[in-house]
Write a protein that binds this ligand. Sequence first.
Ligand SMILES: NC(=O)c1ccc[n+]([C@@H]2O[C@H](COP(=O)([O-])OP(=O)(O)OC[C@H]3O[C@@H](n4cnc5c(N)ncnc54)[C@H](O)[C@@H]3O)[C@@H](O)[C@H]2O)c1
Ligand SMILES: OC[C@H](O)C(O)[C@@H](O)CO
Ligand SMILES: [Zn+2]
Ligand SMILES: [Zn+2]
Length: 383
Amino acid sequence: MPDGGNAEIYDPRKILQDPAFKILKPGEKPSSEANIAAFYNPQHEIHIVEKPRLKPGPGQVLVHVRATGICGSDVHFWQHGRIGDSMIVTDECGSGHESAGEVIEVGPGVSQWKVGDRVAIEAGVPCSKPSCDYCRVGRYNACPDVVFFSTPPYHGTLTRFHLHPADWLHKLPDSVSFEEGSLCEPLAVALAGIERSGLRLGDSVVICGAGPIGLVSLLSARAAGAEPIVITDLFQSRLDFAKKLVPGVRTVLIPRGATPKDSAALIKEAAEGSVKLAIECTGVESSVHTAVHSAQFGGKVFIIGVGKNEQLFPFMHLSANEIDVSFQYRYANQYPKAIRLVAGGLINLKPLVTHRFTLEDAVAAFHVAADPTQGAIKVQIQD
Ligand SMILES: NC(=O)c1ccc[n+]([C@@H]2O[C@H](COP(=O)([O-])OP(=O)(O)OC[C@H]3O[C@@H](n4cnc5c(N)ncnc54)[C@H](O)[C@@H]3O)[C@@H](O)[C@H]2O)c1
Ligand SMILES: OC[C@H](O)C(O)[C@@H](O)CO
Ligand SMILES: [Zn+2]
Ligand SMILES: [Zn+2]
């Protein structure tokens, strides 16, 4: 953990060492109004904890978190204890980074927020120092000192009261619910991808994977004017969900064990040709290859999904077809745009929430999110 700045202010050890920090036993009732949260640990346990309700310091705001979505990465950290080589669960760690809530207290020097304001919480807080090249040029998702709440060691926003820097909250208009505000986080991922992919009106697109990220990418690609749009998945139920969400989308069920070339042939048949842009939202090697074989000469494969550390690439096919490959790492500068698109009615996130739980029942919510047979798209925890 880097020293100084946000890393020191949001030092996770302070909460773990606070006498008010307590892990509740299964079934144990928290005291009413306690600052409860869902934490996981290196033993792959998940539980409700009580933690201190901190006072906002200079430049900080205390938010009553009203809605939080469970992301696949929250489930992954709980069940597998790590993502890649750098994000490793080594202690009790708070989950959740898709959140929106209500300002309940402001710290000294905070003038832009008042009690009662409704906000979306941007979970990645970069250092913002002028000496940081990435922060200075606005590519702050690359800040080496970023505090990303819920990525170990930093505790997440799935808690009743969350302390946040005032500059990294975004106002929600009255027409945008807390639920939609929290969904602006995965939407920000998709919007960053759409922006950097260079998608233009009328471009043909395939989206590989119809999970939450594929679905918000679908909504974004539709709003950006892509046509036709094909979406793939291994599960018909996910494709049916996509079709309900965007009736004009063309769906392709990827047969288990099919070669990427065969899968790409199905996509090309559905799209009536090779596509200009393939947005990969699984991170699975065979799906990345399928995306590559679906793209036209001079097209692009834009990879949002994350997966195995090392993957093979169809090198000569990419080379002989001048196919560009790009990646997305989280997002920068997308929240205001996400909120405008939702408020303006261009993107409707509401149907994505399939399950709702109270904060006290967050552990049950995680079990539903982790069990594919439950058919959840987005599980939300509301308080
Ligand atoms: N780049 C980023 O900053 C960023 C941010 C958030 C999430 N992600 C990643 O995006 C990916 C998608 O996230 P999600 O929450 O939608 O995950 P998810 O697991 O819910 O959805 C993935 C979907 O892909 C489908 N799938 C799996 N293999 C497939 C294949 N071979 N062909 C077609 N479909 C296939 C699955 O059935 C599932 O419906 C994950 O890898 C996640 O870690 C990346
Ligand atoms: O939505 C943001 C992502 O889930 C995060 O990057 C996470 O996967 C790792 O920190
Ligand atoms: Zn996430
Ligand atoms: Zn920085």
